[in-house]
Write a protein that binds this ligand. Sequence first.
Ligand code: MG
Ligand code: MG
Length: 265
Amino acid sequence: MREAGLVVAEALDRVRAMAAPGVTTADMADVVAEVFRRHNAKPLFLGYPANEKGKPPFPAVICASVNEQVVHGIPNRRPLRDGDIVSIDTGCSLNGWCGDSAVTLAIGTPSAEAKKLLDVTLETLNLAIRAMGRCNYWSEVASLMDRYVKSQGFYVVEKFVGHGIGQAMHEEPQVPNFVSKSLIKHDIKLEPGLVLAVEPMVSVGTKDVRTLSDGWTVETKDRRPSAHFEHTVAITHEGIRVLTLKDDDSSSGAQSPTPTIATTA
Ligand code: MG
Ligand code: MG
């Protein structure tokens, strides 16, 4: 899974490096497809889900969600503009094992509000990763995430959640970014061997979302901005390991925590 995670990290690094006004999300998808091809990695988003009634297969190797779009946006040929924010989510499998990660990028100069949204969402992911090293149950982590977002005046999107990941991209359990009713009933014990895709989605004005008529794109109901960061995170006997983060990564948008964090409790 680390090998798959590094390919995903490389793909998102390439996207980060090209994020500028005038670039399109279709350009970004092309670059990610090229990285996956070069590594012989299988894109996990293209054609997803294989055979689900009433759901068109996703048509690209990345989800690209701009501004008020939360997740599952479809890449297109509209040039990104100065001040846009764009969430890029992608995953691949390598030798049968999966990696899944997402980043939200500012195009040109973001507004103060957008900048804060990106900072808060990334910190929500990072505080969750740190907390996984010392909490016994996911509900403790989810509570910290939700409380932090609220303390910043923003909203955790509740309709979509993280997930277990392994030989399939989406495995049990569901991993909410807040303390859901089902989490109270079926909490997730955090123990070595567990690998989770942790992926907070945070919005400026509301947690409520709707899906557009393309069958995929999810946007906020108030059409104000939303951001999304994700890492594939393993709990090991040596501590927490962020499988989709390069060891030497200190670039913005994926900085801290160090990939291996000693468990303190
Ligand atoms: Mg993802
Ligand atoms: Mg995911």
